[in-house]
Design a protein around this ligand. Sequence first.
Ligand code: HEC
Length: 186
Amino acid sequence: MKSCPLRIIKYLAFIIVVTVIASLFFIYSGVYPMGADTPHNKFTYWVLETLRDRSITRAASNVKLPENLSSPARLLRGGPDYNEMCVSCHLSPSKSETDFTKGLYPSPPNLIEIPDQKLNEAQRDQRRFWIIKHGIKASGMPSWAYGHDDERIWDMVAFLKKLPTLSLVQYQILTSKDDENSRHDH
Ligand code: HEC
């Protein structure tokens, strides 16, 4: 029997139409669980994770690193900001869990842990800066660009680089907000 290309095309078109209708039906039906206490299924998780990761990798690769990222002055300015704005989600040597880390989905990464080493340090810094500045859609991570200029965001990046190595006492010193560390002498 000879294969008939027209029949195959019709068959494929039928499958595509059925798939589109079934997907629309599924979306409109409202059966997909949206509560933060029910994890995504593997497929949705893969789609969202890949979308997020590819997008951030692409955008962050254009970020230009400042030369003085490891300066102690940056650390001292970034510390108090971290302790004020980020600690409730990203933890500290004296805080291992909060309502946010338990209840948010996706859960905020623990930034006192050594980050995974898939990327090199420069790529991690570009990514940190981009994520702090722009935030991440459909997650608890806000954009901090409102009211915080790029320099101030780099100060937080400088602090994040050191955070996993800090003892509780070092953390307390670097995050204390005294006049010496204040932003006015920037
Ligand atoms: C209300 C909770 C919340 C607050 C406050 C918050 N974040 Fe986040 N942050 C998140 C969540 C959730 C993610 C992960 C989002 C995702 O994976 O989609 C995240 C991701 C990040 C990442 C990426 C980490 C990685 O390993 O991929 C960095 C860096 C970060 N936040 C820095 C900060 C800084 C700095 C602050 C304070 C200025 C801050 N965040 C405040 C919730 C928060």
